[in-house]
Design a protein around this ligand. Structure first.
Ligand code: CO
Length: 212
C-alpha cells in the first residue's frame, strides 16, 4: 500500500510538471516530439543528487545523457560507446561534458577495501585511476581530501578516455568541432566547477593513444 502511494505521487508530480511546462510554452512537447537536437552530451554519475538537466537549469531536449556509477568511460563499454557514437555522429553535439561530483559513493568505495560484490568489478576501474595517482592521493592529510582529489583525477582520466575513442578522433579528423570538458559538481552547495580540462584537438591527447 505504502509503495502504491509513493508511486502515485510520482504520477501526480508528472502531471503537475507537464502542466507547468505547457503553461510556459504550449507547443513545447509537440516541438520536441518531432525531433531532438541537443548540443551537449553529459556523462555523469548515477547519483540521485546529480540530475543533469536540473543542475544546469535546462529543459528536456537540451542535453543527451549517459550516467553510471562514478561517471566512468570504460574502453570496451558498449553502452557508453554507443551513446557517444550516437551523440557525435548522428546528433552532432559540439560539447561532451564528463561531470563528476564531490562526495561520490563510488569514489569512496574505490578508496577502501570493503566487499561490495558485483560492483567491485566496476569500482576496479576507479582503483586503476587511484593507482596512477597514488603518491599524490596518499599524501593527503585526511580522507575527505583524498576522496576529493580522486574525484578530480577520475574526471581527468575519463575525459582522456573519451578523447581516446576512435569515435572522437575520427570526428576531429573529419573537421567536426567537438570539445570534451571535465566538470565537478559540489553536492553541498549545488555549484559546478570547470576543471579546465577542455580538449578539442587530436594534438592535445597523448601520443600513445593517437590514431593516425
Ligand atoms: Co557519484
Amino acid at each position: 500500500m505504502n509503495d502504491d502511494h509513493q508511486l502515485k505521487n510520482l504520477f501526480e508530480g508528472n502531471k503537475r510538471w507537464a502542466e507547468k511546462v505547457k503553461t510556459a510554452d504550449p507547443d513545447f512537447f509537440l516541438k520536441l516530439s518531432r525531433q531532438q537536437s541537443p548540443n551537449y552530451l553529459w556523462i555523469g554519475c548515477s547519483d540521485s543528487r546529480v540530475p543533469a538537466n536540473e543542475i544546469v537549469g535546462v529543459l528536456p531536449g537540451e542535453i543527451f545523457v549517459h550516467r553510471n556509477v562514478a561517471n566512468i568511460v570504460v574502453h570496451t563499454d558498449l553502452n557508453a560507446l554507443s551513446v557517444i557514437h550516437y551523440a557525435v555522429d548522428i546528433l552532432k553535439v559540439n560539447h561532451i561534458i564528463v561531470c563528476g561530483h564531490y562526495g561520490c559513493g563510488g569514489i569512496k568505495a574505490a578508496l577502501g577495501n570493503k566487499d561490495f560484490g558485483l560492483l567491485d568489478n566496476w569500482l576496479r576501474h576507479i582503483k586503476d585511476v587511484y593507482r596512477l595517482y597514488q603518491n599524490e592521493i596518499d599524501n593527503c592529510t585526511n580522507d575527505a581530501e583524498k576522496e576529493n582529489m580522486l574525484c578530480e583525477f577520475n574526471i581527468m582520466e575519463q575525459v582522456a578516455n573519451v578523447c581516446h575513442t576512435s569515435i572522437i578522433q575520427n570526428a576531429w579528423k573529419a573537421g567536426h568541432s567537438l570539445t570534451i570538458h571535465g566538470w565537478i559538481y559540489n553536492i553541498e552547495d549545488g555549484i559546478l566547477k570547470d576543471l579546465k580540462l577542455a580538449t578539442s584537438n587530436i594534438n592535445e591527447i597523448s601520443y600513445t593513444h593517437r590514431i593516425n
